[in-house]
Design a protein around this ligand. Structure first.
Ligand code: ZN
Length: 494
């Protein structure tokens, strides 16, 4: 039987004593230690006794460890799966214990950017394995960028034939202060080393989606529009406003050349791409980007200006708003919800668009106040391509003046600043590693872990049950296990 107290715990209404001696990350929300131990021998996981209990919240579980047996209750498969993740972290032998646990947020994510640098299937699957250990359930997969198109689209083969290869990459620069960031963007120095072709076939994607699903992780693809689209424009120049021939970018930054918002053929192209994307990704959400889309070229494009005039839109921002709404509705007809970066709020989107708040929490706070759902990933502290504050660190970072130390990540609270009556609009949060300065899989792992472990606890564990000093003890043990058993290049703790 599941107690009323459990439901209260899940709702965060009861303060419970989290036990520092339980070495689990993220910290379970209610732990009662008991006498005795259970010895893990043979195929002990196969002998776990499972039962259903509809009163347990989605993804939640209750488990009871006695010297004789392990019993698990849940209302869904994810809850069962997470109970096993908890058990595996309890060591051997397992201290007898009762745990009642459920996540604080339903969106517990990590952004994986294959656009700027490409990491491939092996790194991605290792990352999914490590996410599952942390009860993270959403991978936001960036597949299109100015610097590379990474997803095979059968109807438009040039996207990957031409768009997945670039002639070079920026030489690494040491960014110790924000002033070191080259501005304007043209100051990047090209290393002239060809990069690509790098992309995922549709078979690769089906395999990865299934691998993630087996770990209760939903993959949300990002097909960016209208900006960050130079790789697509290089494959099909008619997608842009000017028809110029571009090459996939060999530098970082923001391009003023974006998809033409006034050209019906461009809109049809994007619909065709979305058709194939929706077939490949069974999850309920598709990310349509919307950030960093300068309007300079739209301002002088006859097609864009005609659409603005014909529809009575409020200038170029209104045109982006029209595109956001168009694709939100297009995806809704296919049973999907569209997500956009917080810039899409400038175009006054409909209530169905989910807002991903990155420039700070303000976008998410505004979204919740106007009735839109939001995912919180403010640049401070959720951008884990920012420096992590280690004394010795062999890797490069973006540096816009933020330091995402482990402790700062641990302080993340997705509902900070959101009125309580609007908390239900905050779906959760995620950590983002944009890959301009992340050149390899092992470097990526160094940047993700253990900071993503801290963010995972912020997204799973009720604030009253979080404890920084206890976390440091628990993450030290999990970090050793990730290095030893999963061969993950975890950064040290500060
Ligand atoms: Zn145009």
């Amino acid at each position: 039987m599941i107690s009323k107290a459990f439901a209260a715990v899940a709702a965060g209404a009861v303060t419970v004593a989290a036990s520092a001696s339980i070495g689990v990350v993220p910290m379970p929300n209610k732990v009662v230690e008991k006498e005795g131990v259970f010895k893990c021998e043979g195929d002990w996981v196969a002998k776990i006794e499972y039962a259903s209990d509809a009163a347990i919240p989605p993804e939640g579980y209750r488990l009871d460890v006695t010297p004789e047996r392990i019993s698990v209750w849940s209302s869904d498969d994810a809850g069962r799966f997470y109970a096993v993740q908890t058990l595996r972290q309890l060591g051997n032998p397992i201290q007898c214990v009762e745990i009642e646990d459920a996540p604080r947020f339903k969106w517990r994510g990590l952004l994986f950017d294959d656009g700027r640098h490409f990491f491939g299937k092996e790194t991605l699957m290792k990352t999914l394995d490590a996410m599952a250990v942390h009860k993270l359930n959403t991978l936001h997969w960036v597949l299109t960028q100015d610097q590379g198109w990474r997803i095979e689209i059968k109807k438009y083969p040039e996207l990957t034939r031409k768009g997945s290869v670039r002639a070079g990459s920026p030489k690494p620069v040491v960014l110790r202060t924000p002033q070191d960031v080259p501005e304007p963007n043209t100051h990047w120095v090209n290393n002239h080393i060809p990069y690509g072709p790098y992309f995922y076939t549709q078979d690769d994607i089906r395999e990865i989606v299934a691998y993630a699903a087996a770990r209760h992780i939903t993959i949300i693809p990002e097909i960016e529009l209208p900006g960050h689209s130079v790789a697509a424009l290089s494959a099909y120049p008619w997608l842009g406003c000017t028809g110029e021939q571009f090459e996939p970018w060999c530098r970082w930054g923001v391009s003023e050349h974006i998809y033409c918002g006034g050209n019906d053929a461009t809109i049809k192209f994007l619909e065709d791409v979305m058709d194939e994307v929706c077939e490949l990704f069974p999850g309920p959400f598709i990310h349509i980007g919307g950030d960093e889309a300068p309007k300079t070229v739209w301002a002088t494009c006859p097609k864009c200006q005609k659409r603005i005039a014909d529809l009575g839109l409020k200038g170029e921002e209104g045109l982006q708003g029209w595109m956001t709404d168009h694709f939100t509705k297009y995806l809704a007809a296919k049973g999907k919800r569209a997500i956009g970066w917080d810039e899409v709020l400038d175009g006054d989107p409909g209530k169905d668009t989910i807002i991903m708040s990155w420039r700070g929490p303000q976008g998410g706070i505004k979204a919740a106040s106007r009735g839109n759902d939001a995912v919180m990933c403010p640049i401070d502290p959720c951008y884990i391509d920012n420096p992590q504050g280690l004394e010795e660190d062999p890797y490069e970072y973006i540096n816009y003046g933020f330091q995402a130390t482990l402790e700062r990540c641990y302080g993340f609270n997705p509902t900070a600043g959101v009125p309580e009556s609007e908390h239900s609009h905050i779906l959760g949060g995620q950590g983002n590693n944009w890959s301009e300065y992340t050149w390899s899989g092992s470097e990526l792992e160094w940047k993700i872990w253990p900071r993503m472990s801290a963010l995972a606890e912020c997204l799973w564990t009720e604030p009253a049950n979080k404890d920084w000093s206890g976390f440091k003890v628990r993450i030290a043990a999990l970090r050793r296990r990730m290095i030893r058993e999963m061969h993950i290049n975890c950064a040290p703790l500060q």
